[in-house]
Design a protein around this ligand. Structure first.
Ligand code: UDX
Length: 439
């Protein structure tokens, strides 16, 4: 919304939310999310044509176009629990829009939703029978965290789906016109509603599939002395495959990939396609396997036990340049290390200790001294038996590992879960060093 406000000075953008604390944070000098470049963009337009308020009804009434941008987490109760998307927030938005009325409106689904959600939104809106016309348009978001501002400014594509009626086409065009302020018309794709909804889930499934594919090969590399980075480079230079999203790692995380694939598999089962569901389920299974493989390799290298040993965990965010730890692979790995009776020294440049504990669903008291938090990587590594790099923060590349080694217990291990470091150099200075998909 901040990018729309910035690029379209004649459009008034108002972000409304029930949560007063969040809105206050959006109006403050410390935004509730860490995203490079976001603060500057928000501050350049806030209180000019970008507003944050809890005054929901009045703004819904006034708006010509409403973007529904609420959470659609995986359902954790009842039918479809653990797989289906929980659409209650989308539904309550639709109900509120219908209730307040105020005029004809275009309602845009920005949240990631299962295919055919627009049908539910349409039924709720038309059920209001208030004499106003509502057009539902799908406009999924493809930005990635950490690079959100440049993704929004220079998107590969903007996708806008709508009904194929005359009114539907007019609504789609109005949304196209917003993005047309800064996006090349060739990059604005229009489709029918259902293709647009399904494309978002499919895009994330394909991206995650690439990571699981290269991670599957990483296991084979470790068994055969091939090097997964070399294999990725070799296959990625085939223009049909391409070089992106072939970085082998401890597995993908984040709020989207797992949730969207689970949702896709649920939809496949719902529509009577169990084989298709199984196919996509494997992408998640491989991701789980990759995390467990990392833990097993670590245990194996540390003489099959980490009981009573302390491990420095560098990075907890699901990727660099974000303070987001949702579904981070670090969660499962840290839980397993604690289960094996290891103790952890955790450092992440952006994720707070509170967020780490919340992600682990653990209280500080229950862990006592088995988990400690630090303000820098070198401090976290002092007096540890091993370092595990779980997020690819740039600063971990610049550390003085020779100095760090001096403060560690021997033999000192380093497990680079993001293939960030030069293992040969680390071995030369005295580390027992391990990457992913290489020996
Ligand atoms: C993703 C999609 O990229 C974006 O288009 C969509 O709108 C939301 O979901 P995001 O979750 O922010 O974005 O991050 P992304 O950069 O896709 O990374 C997801 C996970 O995959 C991270 O844990 C990352 O470390 C991992 N990853 C990514 C790899 O392990 N290897 C890679 O080569 C790329």
């Amino acid at each position: 919304m901040a990018m729309i406000a910035r690029k379209c000075p004649e459009i008034k953008v108002t972000v409304v939310d029930l949560n007063e604390v969040r809105i206050a944070e959006w109006n403050s000098s410390k935004l509730p999310v860490y995203e490079p470049g976001l603060q500057e963009i928000v501050e350049s337009v806030r209180d000019q044509n970008l507003f944050f308020t809890t005054n929901i009804d009045e703004n819904l009434k006034e708006a010509d176009i409403i973007f529904i941008s609420v959470n659609t987490p995986t359902k954790d109760y009842g039918s479809g629990s653990g797989q289906a998307a929980d659409l209650r927030f989308v539904e309550s938005c639709a109900r509120r829009i219908a209730e307040v009325g105020g005029g004809n409106k275009i309602v845009v689904e920005k949240s990631t939703v299962p295919v055919r959600t627009a049908q539910m939104v349409k039924e709720i809106l038309s059920g209001a029978e208030n004499g106003f016309d509502y057009q539902v348009v799908s406009n999924p978001e493809f930005l990635a965290e950490g690079t959100a501002m440049s993704d929004l400014e220079n998107p590969d594509r903007v996708l806008i789906g709508g009904e194929t009626t005359d009114e539907g086409k007019i609504a789609v065009q109005k949304v196209v016109d917003i993005y047309g302020h800064w996006v090349d018309p060739e990059r604005i794709l229009t489709t029918n509603l259902w293709s647009s909804e399904l494309s978002k889930l499919t895009a994330n499934a394909f991206l995650a599939q690439r990571i699981s594919s290269i991670n599957a090969i990483s296991a084979l590399c470790e068994a055969t002395e091939a090097d997964v980075d070399e294999v990725a480079r070799a296959i990625g230079s085939d223009s049909r495959i391409g070089p992106k999203f072939l970085r082998s790692s401890i597995g993908f995380g984040g709020s989207c990939f797992q949730k969207d694939i689970l949702n896709l598999t649920y939809l496949c089962r719902y529509f009577g396609l169990p084989e298709v569901a199984e196919y996509w389920q494997q992408v998640i299974s491989m991701n789980e396997y990759q995390k467990e493989r990392f833990v097993r390799r670590l245990l194996n290298a540390m003489f099959d036990t980490i009981s009573g040993k302390r491990i420095a965990v560098l990075g907890f965010a699901f990727k660099k340049d974000t303070n987001d730890a949702r579904e981070s692979p670090a969660i499962g790995i840290c839980k397993r290390l604690l289960e094996e009776k290891g103790s952890l020294n955790i450092y992440d440049p952006q994720v707070t200790p509170e967020s780490v504990l919340k992600a682990l669903s653990m209280e500080k008291d229950e862990l006592g001294d088995r988990i400690r938090f630090f303000d820098s990587a070198p401090e976290a590594c002092m007096n540890t038996h091993a370092i595990a790099i779980l997020t690819e923060w740039d600063e971990f590349k610049e550390l003085n590992y020779e100095d760090i080694l001096q403060g560690m217990l021997r033999p000192a291990h380093i497990f680079d879960g993001r293939n960030l470091l030069d293992l040969e150099k680390l071995k030369k200075i005295g580390f027992r060093a391990f990457g992913i998909g290489k020996i």
